[in-house]
Design a protein around this ligand. Structure first.
Ligand SMILES: CC(C)(COP(=O)(O)OP(=O)(O)OC[C@H]1O[C@@H](n2cnc3c(N)ncnc32)[C@H](O)[C@@H]1OP(=O)(O)O)[C@@H](O)C(=O)NCCC(=O)NCCS
Length: 172
């Protein structure tokens, strides 16, 4: 495999992120996002690039509230799948969560086995207050969401079972 570097995204990555995430959206893995949407999320985006500086993967960390952030728009080009690119991006996104002092990182995904390998565990969607489900309001599936909610507690370096947000706050 080429040497893969993961770094924070820049404005000149927007086209590549747009084309990668929308290709994944066409295959049903995620919501399509406009370039405008990607630009508004850009501060949380990381990209993986190969030795020729071509973008081969991306992912974003978005704060939802003071104690919870979400991993979104994770995508790795098919030619580069299963060689560790996704894990490198997740490591960068979790590091960003830690930098922000985030207690809990969640994701909504069809890639349950991948996220289990990253230390996430399945949790209930109902644990999350509706005010946090910003992107879900743009999704045609909304109430019929068939993705799995998973979470990770970065400070502990491992998942933390089924603690509630309330408990996390009390433990503050
Ligand atoms: C999910 C995705 C990001 C994984 O990226 P990747 O670069 O192939 O993953 P990695 O090579 O870093 O895999 C890390 C580990 O997870 C495993 N893994 C990866 N995808 C897996 C899958 N679908 N099922 C089971 N295990 C998987 C790998 O075998 C590897 O295990 P190991 O550490 O024991 O060797 C990529 O397949 C993808 O872009 N999928 C489509 C978009 C998508 O669904 N994104 C998620 C939106 S939340």
């Amino acid at each position: 495999m080429d040497e893969i570097t993961v770094r924070r995204a820049r404005v000149d990555d927007v086209d590549a992120i747009f084309s990668l995430t929308n290709m994944m959206a066409k295959n049903g893995y995620m919501l399509p996002r406009s370039k405008y949407k990607i630009i508004t999320m850009l501060m949380g985006f990381y990209v993986a690039e190969d030795s020729e500086k071509a973008i081969v993967g991306c992912g974003a960390f978005t704060p939802l509230w003071t104690d919870m952030g979400e991993i979104m728009a994770l995508a790795v080009k098919e030619e580069y799948s299963r060689v560790g690119v996704g894990k490198k991006i997740i490591d960068a996104l979790i590091a960003e969560g830690i930098r922000l002092n985030m207690k809990e990182i969640i994701t909504l995904t069809y890639q349950v086995e991948f996220f289990k390998k990253m230390g996430f565990v399945i949790t209930g969607k109902d644990r999350f207050p509706r005010k946090l489900w910003r992107e879900c309001l743009e999704c045609p599936k909304l109430e019929e969401c068939d993705e799995t909610a998973m979470h990770y507690f970065p400070k502990e370096g491992k998942h933390n079972g089924f603690r509630t947000i309330q408990q996390s706050r009390q433990d503050g």
